[in-house]
Design a protein around this ligand. Sequence first.
Ligand SMILES: Cc1ncc(C[n+]2csc(CCOP(=O)(O)OP(=O)(O)O)c2C)c(N)n1
Length: 315
Amino acid sequence: MLRIRRFEEKAAELYTQGKIRGFLHLCIGEEAVSVGTLAALSASDNVVSTYREHGHALARGVPMAALMAELFGKVTGCCRGRGGSMHFFDVGRRFYGGNAIVGGGLPLAVGLALADQMQQRAAITLCLFGDGAVAEGEFHEAMNLAALWRLPVLFLCENNLYAMGTHVARHQAQPDIARKADGYGVPAEAVNGMDLHAVETAVAAHGAAIRNGGGPRLIEARTYRFRAHSMYDPELYRTKAEVEQWKLRDPLPAFAATLRSAGRLDDAGFAALETEVAAEIAAAVAAAEAAAWEPLDGLVRDVYTADAPETTSCA
Ligand SMILES: Cc1ncc(C[n+]2csc(CCOP(=O)(O)OP(=O)(O)O)c2C)c(N)n1
């Protein structure tokens, strides 16, 4: 969680300096969902994410340097700097995006799970999406097909209450997202998305049920983003008091407190973690600064190609 938090704080700083361009959506406040979820999956599972995916990619083990370089638009980025913040991708780690289209990952996840089922590959597909995606047709089509074909998909809605500036109660006739699974006969659960342990426990349990042939499941992780929707958002739709109230539930100090009371972390240990993370970030930034841009003659590479895309992992 600390790596994700500090990585994103640095990204925001670099963005204001003009080093990172395009869109930048931070997941600060939602780290317990990234870490708790990915900790409960195995390396052979598939992960399909959204445009707010920095935390998911880091928790999946995609190297920070490859992600930082991607933010900079450099050739050493996980997509050669072509995708930027919204399109982190690492096929070797079965991390299938980074997707700018709200709800766009849902059909992709169903396709991956169908392929696994047809090839009798033992894996589940984690499909992450926001509360805004639940208003899209893709959500219902994906739930329907996954349930009908009993596909090994774990749908995980990261409900941070807002789709850009619209509160979930203003775009959902039924704002209790977990209940939407009832219509498809899909078992579902809402969990405290600010609690790493609660998220990990739920994902492990539902993941095990899916692996045992139980068909798809839905988890609604109730969480909150402390920062604006993106770097361009004046946040006129919520009060500062509301944000401050949620910050009292910040998953990072909460988990640190749990570790402290269990005798597994003290001040010196926490300071050492901060130092380690700061060094990792500094190295990632320096490497991204020093890296080359995509050569001009490579600009149409992978746009139209007869060759299969590269399938190696990021270094
Ligand atoms: C199909 C589509 N419609 C609209 C948009 C514009 N848009 C970008 S983010 C967003 C809100 C999505 O909110 P949510 O799914 O709750 O994710 P969160 O930002 O809360 O993580 C919208 C409507 C888009 N990118 N794609």
